[in-house]
Every structure is written in structure tokens, then in C-alpha cells.
Design a protein around this ligand. Structure first.
Ligand SMILES: [Zn+2]
Ligand SMILES: [Zn+2]
Length: 585
């Protein structure tokens, strides 16, 4: 969508939030509207109702919105004094609070009116709602409770969500995608497929990986470790806790303290659970004299971190309080930076191929020269140089990217990697950052060719993100039908009767000897049930052994997606599975 259409849609969504409030007030006149922003699939509005409404009531409100819409031929804005605004909203404490806030900031107060409805608003609407908004392109989708201003100590309001798109077709497409996403919901499939579990006594946001999840994690780590080894990374290990001194040095304290677990008092010191691996890795870099010959130094670790997330914001594997990160820090010279950055991108592309991610985009956040020394570390030359290099590499490698000015991290440009799952839902999986400032904070130096001490650049990168988020994504992406190499159980062996058990055991042992995750079904279930069980468990291959197979000294191989493969010798089955497994197909 181009910028112009994007803005138009934003205006439509915003206007619809007003329209919703108008419909609510016509239907329930003593309701107090509060705020109604847009979101990336539509809009919502928070209300204080005098008596509760339910999801059943949304249809009626939606109808009312469609009824009012044709009469909204324009939205007229007007600047008013704080007192005038307060008079209009005298019975609405929420609006009064907002008006005071705007006035205290010295900003203008504007009211917008369409039809009989006036709201406090900054503007940004459709010029002619009746004409610009297709009445079939929006829908009220659900209601939820929401605290005023997101604060648990405030009153609980009722939030009404609406979906809104430019056309009816887009709305229908979005709803179909969400229906499919519901079927593939990682929380649902994660339970059904015995991948992970949460337990109250362990604590919210702390997933337990069941054996199936454990097997998948091992495969992801194998992939990362192999890839990183071949690209000359070295692996390190660091503890899960550290003294406050480390985080004061890194600047996580006090700036990041809210996101960290509270400290433990121990041996008259304070210890924190690790919220990031970087400070530990910096200490490893700094623990030895380094020369330009040692660079680039690429320190990798599947590090476990802990973050304090509000309980209301926890969500399956997507928002958790512990995470295992595919982390690495690359320390390099300025001259080496472009090549290192290019290699990191190549790693992404390699992973996208393996996982069949077809659509992705890199969001490249850059600095604003006007805010150097305030929002961005004051290194004008370095900003320009590295941003130019990053941009060149992105263009060179033909990687789709968008540049977002003024959104870089304090200490360097940032690249967020956005991917789309097989059903078209967008995920932010990983962030890469270039770091000018922290190596200096840690006094990290290397001796250059001319004998002088120089500060290295640092690239933070985590292409596979965290196990939690990445597996959450993969569960939806594959809908649970994992490729052979990633599937927790790779082969199910089903002997038809007693007489076939010995032969089944033989191939089972052969496969396990070659590290194929094979399982033998010796349950009392009938043959049909056994096959059905293997299919509902989404196991990629199953092997059936009956009389005919015994006579031929062979087995029958079937594939989850392709159906019957054929009658093969044990050696042929083994060779086929091993090659498919190795190629990660
Ligand atoms: Zn507005
Ligand atoms: Zn880092």
C-alpha cells in the first residue's frame, strides 16, 4: 500500500472511531466516551457504560453506525479554549482529564463535529465520510475490558474493537486469514501437539518445554550452531545472574530497570537475573588483550534471559518472562563492518529459505542529525558512515527494506526484521543493532596496526530471535505440519499384527541408531486407529509392516502430505529419510 492510501485508510479508521462513539451515544445516551485510537486492523473506542453491554449488542451498534454514516458529509474542526471544552464535557471526567493535560502541555484544544456528534480530537479524518467510507468495509469485532490509561488502579472501561479496511474484499480476506490463524493458534496447537505447557506453580510467562518441544529446540540450535560455526563464530557460556555493577556499567540500570526482575540481596550485594546477554559478552571481549588480528570476534550464545512483563501482557509463547535467544555479538573494526553486516544478512536469507519464508522486509531505523547528543549518541561521522554502509549492503543484496528516520536506538542504527507467515500474518522476529556507544562504556579496545588503542564497533544480532517467539511463529507458519527435520516425532512404525513386531523393531532400531526420531506403536489400538493417531499427530512419515512386506523383506512407507511412497527395503527408507533430514527439507 502506498503512503497516500495508507494515510487515507488511517483517516477512515479514525473517522469510524468517532462514528462508533456517535452510535453508542444515540443508543445509550448516558455513556461516557473516553479515547478512540486506530490500530493496525481498524480502531477501538473505550467507554464507561452505565450498565454493561455484551458482544450481542455489537450488531445493533454496527447497524446504527451505517444508519448515521450517510448524514456525515464533513467533519468540521474548531479550536476552543480549555474552559469552553470543559463546559461541553462537564459530565465526563475522562475528557476533563484529557483537556487539562492538553492545556498543561500548552497545545491547542480542538473539537471535531460530524452530524450531531462532537468529540475532543487532534484531527486526521476522512473529508467526506459518507462518500469516502464503504459501509461494508468495516465491522465491530469484539468487546474487552480495559483500564483507563492502561493502569490497573483505574476504573475498568469497556473497549469496543472494530475492523476496517479500504474495501469489503480486504475485510473479507482479513477475516479469512484470522480464521485460519485461529486454527493454527500456537497456544492451541502447542497443547494438542505436546510442545509446551504453562503451570501456575512454575509461574506465568515461564513455559515448560515438553519432550516434543525439546526435540524441536535441539534442532533449531543444531541449525544455528552449524551455521554460525561455518561462519567462524565462537561459542561462549555465561551465567543467568550478575551483580548490579554490571548493569550499572551497561546502562541497563537504571534506564531499563522496569523491564528487569527485582534484584536478589545476596552476600551484601545485589544480583539481577540476566535481561540481556550483551554485558556478559562485552566482559568476555574485555577479559583479554585484543589486537586487530583478533577481529572480527564473533561471540555466540543461546543465552537465557529474563524480563519482567506485566501479567496482563503475557501471551502464549509470544510474550513471556524467560527467553532463550539466538544471540551473538560481533566486534569488528570500521573497515570490517560492511562485510560483517552483509554476512549477517546472508544468514537471514539462508534461514528464510530453509523455513520457506517468502515475504520479509527489513525496517531500517536511522538517526536524526538534529537530535545528536540528545536522542542519539553524539557521533555524527560514525552515524553517517555506518548508515550509508547498511543502506549500501541492503541495496546491493536486493533485500526489501524500508527506511524509518528518527527511530534508531540511542547507540546506533537498528534493523527490525519483519516476516509474514504462510497465511499472511506479520511477525517481528528479530532485531539487529549496530552499537557505537556500549563498547566505549565498557572500555573495550583493540590494538591497531599502528600500535594505537581503538574502540571496536559491535553488531548485536539474533536471526532466529528467541526459541519462544520463533517456535510460536513456526507453529502458525506450518500449521503444525513441520518438515521432517523439525518434526518432534519423525517416523511412526506400525506393525499390522503380532507377527510383524520383530520386523518393526528391526527398522525402528536402525532408524534410532542413525538419530532419526522414530517411534514404534505397540499399543492395543486397531490398525486403522494407529494410522489415524499418526496422522492427527502430524507425523511426517509412517511405516507399515504386514504379511506382504515380510515376504518381500521390505516395509511400506507413507508420507503425511504426499501419501503412499511405496514398498522399500529398510536401507532405502533409511537413506531417503537421512538425506531429507540432512537437507532440512
Ligand atoms: Zn478525530
Ligand atoms: Zn546484544
Amino acid at each position: 500500500m502506498d503512503q497516500n492510501n495508507k494515510e487515507k485508510l488511517e483517516h477512515v479508521r479514525h473517522t469510524l472511531a468517532h462514528l462508533l462513539a456517535a452510535a453508542v451515544l444515540e443508543t445509550y445516551p448516558d455513556t461516557k466516551p473516553t479515547i478512540g485510537p486506530t490500530v493496525d486492523n481498524g480502531f477501538y473506542y473505550d467507554f464507561e457504560f452505565s450498565s454493561p453491554i455484551t458482544a450481542e449488542d455489537l450488531k445493533g451498534l454496527e447497524k446504527k453506525m451505517r444508519k448515521i454514516l450517510p448524514s456525515w458529509k464533513e467533519m468540521v474542526g474548531k479550536e476552543v479554549s480549555p474552559d469552553e471544552a470543559k463546559k461541553l464535557f462537564s459530565d465526563n471526567p475522562y475528557k476533563l482529564e484529557l483537556i487539562d493535560e492538553i492545556a498543561n502541555k500548552g497545545e491547542k484544544i480542538t473539537l471535531y463535529t460530524a452530524g450531531n456528534f462532537t468529540d475532543l480530537c487532534r484531527g486526521g479524518h476522512s473529508d467526506n465520510p459518507a462518500k469516502d467510507i464503504d459501509p461494508d468495509s468495516f465491522k465491530l469485532s469484539r468487546i474487552a475490558g480495559a483500564y483507563w490509561r492502561g493502569n490497573e488502579e483505574n476504573k475498568m472501561l469497556t473497549r469496543i474493537y472494530g475492523l476496517a479496511f479500504a474495501t469489503k474484499e480486504e475485510l473479507v480476506k482479513y477475516e479469512e486469514m484470522m480464521k485460519e490463524a485461529e486454527k493454527r493458534d500456537h497456544r492451541k496447537l502447542g497443547k494438542e501437539m505436546d510442545i509446551f505447557e504453562f503451570d501456575d506453580q512454575v509461574g506465568p510467562g515461564l513455559p515448560l518445554w515438553l519432550p516434543n518441544g525439546g526435540a524441536m529446540i535441539e534442532e533449531l540450535e543444531r541449525l544455528a550452531k552449524e551455521t554460525e560455526f561455518k561462519m567462524n563464530y565462537v561459542r561462549v557460556r555465561t551465567p543467568h545472574i550478575a551483580k548490579d555493577a554490571l548493569y550499572l556499567r551497561s546502562g541497563h540500570l537504571p534506564y531499563y530497570e522496569e523491564s528487569m526482575f527485582p534484584p536478589m540481596e545476596y552476600e551484601s550485594g545485589k544480583y539481577y537475573l540476566k535481561a540481556m546477554n550483551c554485558p556478559h559478552h562485552h566482559k568476555i571481549f574485555g577479559s583479554r588483550m585484543r589486537s586487530y588480528r583478533d577481529l572480527p570476534l564473533r561471540l555466540a550464545e543461546y543465552g537465557t534471559c529474563y524480563r519482567h512483563e506485566k501479567s496482563g501482557e503475557l501471551f502464549g509463547l509470544m510474550r513471556v518472562r524467560t527467553m532463550q535467544m539466538n544471540d551473538a555479538h560481533i566486534y569488528c573494526t570500521e573497515e570490517q563492518f560492511a562485510d560483517e553486516f552483509r554476512a549477517v544478512n546472508e544468514m537471514y536469507i539462508k534461514y528464510f529459505k530453509i523455513f520457506g519464508v517468502e515475504k520479509y522486509v527489513m525496517r531500517f531505523s536511522t538517526h536524526d542529525p538534529k537530535r545528536l547528543g540528545e536522542k542519539f549518541v553524539n557521533e555524527p561521522e560514525l552515524w553517517k558512515k555506518t548508515e550509508d554502509m547498511v543502506r549500501d549492503v541492503l541495496i546491493d543484496s536486493k533485500i526489501p527494506y524500508i527506511e524509518v528516520p528518527n527511530e534508531a536506538a540511542f547507540y546506533g542504527p537498528k534493523i527490525d526484521v519483519q516476516v509474514w507467515s504462510a497465511i499472511g500474518r506479520e511477525f517481528t522476529l528479530a532485531t539487529n543493532q549496530v552499537d557505537f556507544a556500549v563498547p566505549k562504556r565498557f572500555d573495550l579496545v583493540y590494538t591497531d596496526k599502528d600500535g594505537t588503542a581503538k574502540t571496536p564497533l559491535c553488531i548485536h544480532r539474533a536471526p532466529l530471535g528467541t526459541h519462544e517467539r520463533f517456535l510460536g511463529f513456526l507453529i502458525e507458519h506450518y500449521g503444525g505440519n513441520f518438515p521432517l527435520w523439525l518434526a518432534p516425532v519423525q517416523v511412526k512404525i506400525i506393525p499390522i499384527g503380532e507377527a510383524h513386531i520383530a520386523s518393526a523393531e528391526k527398522i525402528h532400531n536402525m532408524l534410532r541408531d542413525s538419530m532419526i526420531r522414530s517411534e514404534l506403536d505397540l499399543s492395543n489400538d486397531g490398525f486403522g486407529k494407529k494410522v489415524r493417531n499418526a496422522k492427527t499427530a502430524r507425523i511426517p512419515y509412517f511405516i507399515i509392516i504386514g504379511d506382504k512386506d515380510m515376504e518381500a523383506d521390505k516395509v511400506t512407507l507413507e508420507n503425511r502430505d504426499r501419501g503412499q511412497v511405496g514398498q522399500l527395503s529398510r536401507e532405502e527408507v533409511l537413506a531417503q529419510l537421512m538425506s531429507e533430514n540432512k537437507e532440512r527439507r
